[in-house]
Write a protein that binds this ligand. Structure first.
Ligand code: ADP
Length: 746
């Protein structure tokens, strides 16, 4: 029983032990589970705590941001307030300014209703009530027209309103001047803004209009006075010119008579003073014409090279007095026949060459004409004409000054030169009028070079025969101490196909082997041995080639030249055409068989004299004219007036007519028209007519040329030009006028 009890106790103990073990194991498991759960919980708690930290930081920054925004908002509100204040202030200032200005200012909206207008605007239109915001523009206009606030003249009010409304529809609205009932003038300036608003300005221009009217009146008065001045000048010029023509012409003739030294001095003084006076009158006249814009150009065909030579011929005496050489270098490849106003061209050249001669005590004056390589329009030639001298020059600071009117280089040195100081001013104006340019390069003490650039139409018709000279000569010798002359001649002769050798003096020329040259050209005036003695020496060594003597005074050497073996004398400066003509003639004479000679040229006896008719009413002028041409072999008839000229034209059939313009009974223009009409009816050839005019006043040239006159010369008459005119117009069926006449040899 004890055992049983022991057993039961052991059993109980074992059960208890197992139960305790099981409980221990469960405890252990639960403890582990708890631990794991605890760990998870801890991790979760950590995450939560981290999140809390982040959220807290976020919340903090949001609070911060919110505070910032609050500050900003206050700033913006303040800025806005300030801006508002500024806008109001600017508007107030603008408006005050608009109210202060005298001019009217109004703004209309896109529907053309008045938005605002300043007081000036409203007052301008008599302060009418309708001028208030909201009123339509067209109603305002209609009111203006109906109430007579605006002087619309003879216009229908509706038409006027319609026109003014149409005006507002334009893209660029032209200003409109309206006259108010009280005589004020308002200029309306309107502009459509981008948003459709119309800004309208109303300027009171009454004073300006009054001033303009006053100016207009004064201008009319001034024009009338100017016309009176021009008319007075025209009359005076004619009145002074006619007797001066007598004085200068007679003095010129008197110079050719036997005079004592003293008498010669007196006569020459009379002549040069008279000529100076005429130059001054011309300058003053021209200047006043240019000033009144009355100077018109009359372009016709003319020979530029010949014009240059004519100018030089006139200036030759003054150049010769000082031993200043006058030379021309006209580019060989240029045409010579151009279309321009020949008398104005001559005037430009005379001024420039005249100055060059005047301001050159010794040395030379060279007129050079070259083409410009620039592309001229079809039918035009760009020309550069330079007048170079070896004279006193112009100080650099005076170069621009001298082209102004009455401007001369000041100082003692200039006092000894006469002049009005108008020449270059006129020359510049003329060159401008021709569309050209003028300039000067100068070195004081060394010389000046005046240049002009012109683009002139070429007269192709006249120029087609330009200088393609043919000659049987092959070689030529030139003797001249002037290098420029040698160069020019060399160029000209090479153009004819000649091989040229040039020598500086007689010694060099005589050192060449004889018989080498087919043609010899020598200058007359050379140091050591002159041209005549050289000719003699060349003949003495058996030279048979023609010898041409170049001299500025052919008549002085004509008798002596033959004896020295000179074949022909050429006038210096040398006209290219003339040189070629003479050489061509010599060539023809050489080629013509001797047997044929008696028939060519025709014996003088079988040819008639050239008939020249001169219409001139003034007896003194007739006498001067007769004396000037007395050495020419011509048949000269005078007519006392235009009517007599027309009668004599029919009776004598002249080859050339000189026509004075102002004559009693019938003037020169009328007579010329009558002669042209007679020629037309009869179908005869046109006789060249040369007008003799006083220095032409505005419009004269037009009328002269319209009357069928071909040339004109201005008075006082110049022997060289009159004779040149006769010679160059002599028909080849008559005895050449410069043939020595029986009367002369007798
Ligand atoms: P004028 O010759 O009547 O005095 P211009 O207008 O023709 O008037 O010339 C103005 C001035 O320009 C002259 O007075 C002279 O001082 C200067 N001048 C003109 N041409 C020359 C020249 N070739 N050489 C030196 N000076 C000159």
């Amino acid at each position: 029983m004890a055992e049983e009890a022991t057993h039961a106790l052991a059993e109980l103990l074992a059960k208890e032990r197992r139960a305790r073990l099981a409980a221990e194991r469960l405890l252990d498991q639960k403890q582990r589970e708890l631990f794991t759960a605890n760990k998870k919980l801890a991790a979760h708690a950590r995450v939560l705590s981290d999140e809390i930290i982040v959220k807290r930081a976020e919340a903090k920054s949001l609070v911060h941001e919110a505070e910032g925004l609050k500050g900003e908002n206050t700033q913006v509100r303040e800025d806005l307030k300030r801006a508002n204040h500024q806008v109001v202030q600017a508007e107030r200032r603008l408006w005050e300014a608009l109210e202060t200005i005298q001019d009217g200012f109004g703004v209309f909206n896109a529907k053309n209703q008045l938005v605002i207008a300043n007081q000036a605007y409203i007052q301008m239109f008599d302060g009418i009530e309708a001028l208030k915001p909201g009123t339509k523009y067209q109603d305002i206009l209609r009111l203006f027209a109906d109430e007579g606030l605006i002087d619309i003249g003879m216009d229908d009010p509706e038409d006027w309103v319609a026109r003014m409304l149409k005006r507002w529809e334009q893209e660029a609205i032209e200003p409109e001047i309206i006259k108010l009932w009280n005589g004020s003038f308002i200029k309306l300036i309107d502009r459509r803004a981008r948003d459709g608003d119309m800004v309208s300005l109303a300027l009171n221009i009454t004073e300006t209009i009054r001033y303009e009217e006053q100016l207009k009146e004064e201008r009319t008065r001034a024009d009338a006075a100017n016309r009176a001045k021009s008319a007075f000048l025209a009359n005076m010029s004619h009145e002074i010119r006619t007797p001066m023509n007598g004085v200068v012409g007679m003095a010129d003739l008197l110079c050719d008579t036997a005079l004592s030294e003293e008498q010669r001095l007196y006569v020459e003084t009379i002549k040069s003073s008279g000529e100076n006076l005429l130059v001054i009158i011309n300058d003053v006249l021209d200047y006043s014409k240019i000033e009144a814009q009355k100077l018109n150009l009359h372009p016709i065909s003319f020979d530029l090279e010949r014009s240059i030579h004519e100018v030089l011929l006139l200036l030759k005496p003054s150049a010769q007095e000082k031993s200043v050489d006058l030379m021309v270098d006209f580019d060989m490849f240029l045409p010579t026949q151009f279309i321009a106003d020949p008398s104005r061209m001559r005037q430009i050249l005379t001024n420039l060459v005249g100055n060059a001669v005047k301001f050159t005590p010794k040395g030379h004056v060279l007129v050079r004409v070259t083409g410009i390589a620039e592309l001229a329009p079809e039918g035009f030639q760009d020309l550069r004409i330079t007048v170079e001298d070896s004279g006193i020059g112009i100080p650099a600071d005076m170069v621009d000054h001298i082209f102004g009117e009455f401007n001369q280089v000041e100082g003692e040195r200039n006092r000894k030169f006469e002049g009005t100081g108008l020449g270059l001013a006129i020359t510049k104006q003329l060159v401008d009028l021709m569309g050209g340019e003028i300039w000067v390069d100068s070195i004081e003490g060394e010389g000046s070079s005046f240049g002009i650039k012109l683009s002139l139409p070429v007269d192709e018709a006249q120029d087609c025969d330009t200088l393609h000279p043919i000659t049987p000569f092959r070689t030529a010798m030139i003797v001249d101490d002037q290098q420029i002359n040698r160069l020019i001649l060399e160029k000209q002769l090479s153009m004819m196909g000649l091989t040229v050798s040039a020598w500086r003096n007689a010694t060099e020329a005589l050192a060449t082997a004889p018989g080498q040259y087919d043609l010899i050209l020598t200058d007359f005036k050379m140091p050591e041995m002159d041209g005549l003695n050289l000719a003699k020496a060349l003949r003495a060594r058996g030279e048979t080639a023609p010898v041409l003597l170049l001299t500025s005074s052919p008549s002085e050497h004509s008798t002596h030249a033959k004896e020295c073996g000179v074949t022909s004398i050429l006038q210096k400066p040398l006209l290219r055409r003339e040189l070629y003509r003479r050489i061509a003639e010599l060539g023809e004479a050489m080629e013509t068989p001797r047997a044929a000679e008696p028939s060519t040229p025709k014996p003088l006896g079988t040819q008639r004299l050239m008939r020249v008719l001169a219409a001139e009413d003034n007896r003194t002028n007739q006498l001067v004219f007769r004396k000037m041409v007395q050495h020419l072999s011509i048949d000269l008839t005078f007519a006392k007036n235009g009517r007599e000229a027309v009668d004599l034209f029919q009776q004598t059939q002249p080859d050339f007519i000189f026509m004075d313009i102002s004559m009693p009974e019938m003037d020169g223009k009328e007579a010329s028209r009558a002669i042209r009409a007679l020629e037309e009816t009869a179908g005869t050839t046109r006789v060249p007519i040369c007008a003799l005019t006083a220095h032409a006043m505005a419009g004269d040239e037009d009328e002269i040329l319209a009357a069928g006159i071909d040339h004109y010369l201005t008075k006082p008459l110049r022997k060289a030009l009159i004779c040149g005119m006769i010679s160059s117009n002599a028909p080849n069926t008559t005895i050449p006028p410069d043939t020595v006449s029986a009367a002369d040899t007798a």
